[in-house]
Every structure is written in C-alpha cells, then in structure tokens.
Design a protein around this ligand. Structure first.
Ligand SMILES: [Zn+2]
Ligand SMILES: [Zn+2]
Length: 299
C-alpha cells in the first residue's frame, strides 16, 4: 500500500492537506532565526546520555526571534486569506500582536523552552475553552496563537535539528521518549530496517531518534500487558500503540510495508483515521497534529 492510496480512500483529507501545503509553502520560504546551542561537545554528550534536552534557557546563546515572528504574521495573513468565516477575528489578532511583538516573542520563547505561558500577564484567557461557532472564542484564540507560535518556530528549529542529527549516534537506543534536542514529545513513530527499528519523530523540531521496541514514549511504561496494538483491516503497515498507564497513544508506520511520502508531518495527517480510532476509545493524543488538531473526533 502507498500513502497516496490512503488519501484516495479518505476524500475529507483533501482540505486538510491543502491547508498543510499552504503552511509548508510559507515554511519553505521562511528565513530561520539563528538559534545556537552554547554547550561544549562534552556537555552535549553528557546531556544526551542523561536524557536532558539540549534546548533550555541556560544552554542557548542569547535568543532573538525576529524571523520567526515574521513567519507568524505570514501564516496569519495566509489564514486570513483562506478562512473567510473567521477573517474579522484574525484581523483583531493581527492588530493586537503587531502592537505587542515583544510579548509575542515571549510566547515563542515559552514554547521553545517548555515553560508555562504567563497568560495572566499577557491578558490572555487560558487555552482550550471553545467559543461560539463561526468565530474564535476567547480560549480558542489562545489555542490558535499557541499553534501558530509552534509552527512559526519550525524553520529555525529544523535548521538546528539538521545540524544536530548529523552528530547523534543513530544506532543508539535512547531510553527517553522525549526529543533529545528540544524535549518535546514525539508526533509519530516508524519502523524500519531488517529488525524493525523503532524511530520516533519530534512533534516540534523534527529530530528523529531511536527508541526501544516496546514501551510507551510518554510515560515510559514497559509492561507488555498494558501496551496494546490496534490495526485496521486492509491497511497493513499501520498501527496504533495505546498505553493503559497514561491512556495516550502513538501512531506507527511500518516503512517496510508502506511506501510513498517521507514527510512525517504529512504522514501524520494522512493517517488521521487512526487518531479517530484511538480517540473513540478514549485515548488521548499528546501533541497537536500539523494543522493544530489534538482532538480529532467531534463530540
Ligand atoms: Zn524536538
Ligand atoms: Zn503511557
């Protein structure tokens, strides 16, 4: 089976993939910010061994994110163009953050350093409260800003990940389910090679790292009785790994059986029916997908 076959099977995917492609186009043209890790190679090796992410407030050279902020506004302009129904809400967001770029930079840094955003100080409602249909409600607007903030950081983080990955030992099985570079959770897993090596893909910076065959990357649970695999008939090579310990799941693509596209984010979108399957059984997705969805079933 190829991934193209899957897209054909799920016509509702088209709109989502189109939206992702528009995001991708902006990303491809974006100029990354210069963010540099200020650690000696000995300290880098030490952190990797101990499972401490390389990115945090103390390990970086002074971080300024003017280009990521530019990407944020480019993405916002694209959404304004595409989603006529919420255009007035987007215009308000644009107006506010154009005038508060220092605060916006703080939000991006909080995402980068895995710190809690100070919503009170920024006069923003906490994320996750749905507003009335047809326009962005208060908490939903915060969700949207965080989503755009995350994806605005992609180009800069991917550049760093690219430099970093060439230096990490790929054959080494890491004990940690968190990204060794940025400390985020994985978005999707794949199996490859003769032995079916399990590779995790970071949801934020796109770093890949090898992880043990059995075990939940979110809570570390290794109890085989609590880890289950779900398959879909006629879709050999796709599976969902669920964990009873933390009630979360991760999707896995077996690259020995599935061929086609290699962009893990696109693969994540194309397999959204597996999110729906897992979430209908009340398992949670930890990280948003590339178009910002964490909840994929309509309640
Ligand atoms: Zn990462
Ligand atoms: Zn777990």
């Amino acid at each position: 089976m190829t991934l193209k076959d899957l897209v054909k099977k799920n016509p509702f995917l088209e709109e989502m993939i189109n939206f992702y492609n528009l995001i991708k186009q902006i990303q491809d043209e974006a100029v990354p910010d210069d963010i540099e890790i200020n650690l000696s190679s000995r300290k880098i090796a030490d952190r990797i061994e101990k499972g401490i992410p390389l990115i945090d407030r103390n390990s970086m050279k002074r971080v300024a994110l003017p280009r990521s902020i530019q990407t944020f506004f480019d993405l916002l302009a694209m959404v304004k163009e595409e989603k006529a129904g919420i255009r007035p809400a987007i215009e308000n967001i644009e107006k506010r953050w154009m005038n508060e770029q220092a605060a916006l930079e703080e939000i991006l840094k909080s995402i980068l350093f895995r710190e809690e955003v100070d919503y009170r100080k920024l006069k923003m409602p906490p994320p996750g409260r749905l507003g009335p249909p047809g326009r962005l409600g208060s908490g939903e607007e915060t969700d949207f800003i965080l989503f755009l903030g995350r994806i605005s950081l992609w180009p800069s983080l991917e550049k760093l990940a690219y430099q970093f990955e060439s230096g990490i030992e790929q054959s080494l099985i890491r004990e940690n389910g968190l990204c060794p570079l940025c400390g985020s959770s994985p978005e999707i897993a794949e199996l490859r090679g003769r032995e079916g090596e399990r590779i995790l893909h970071c949801s934020l910076c796109a770093t890949r790292w090898r992880y043990r065959q059995i075990g939940c990357p979110f809570c570390g649970n290794e109890n085989q009785k609590e880890i289950e695999f779900y398959y879909i008939e006629e879709e050999e090579g796709l599976r969902v790994d669920t964990c009873e310990g933390c009630r979360q799941y991760i999707k896995t693509i077996d690259k020995r059986k599935i061929t086609g596209a290699a962009d893990p984010r696109l693969e994540d979108l194309i397999t959204i029916h597996l999110d729906i399957l897992a979430q209908s059984k009340d398992y949670l997705r930890q990280t948003p997908n590339p178009v910002g969805l964490t909840r994929c079933v309509i309640e």
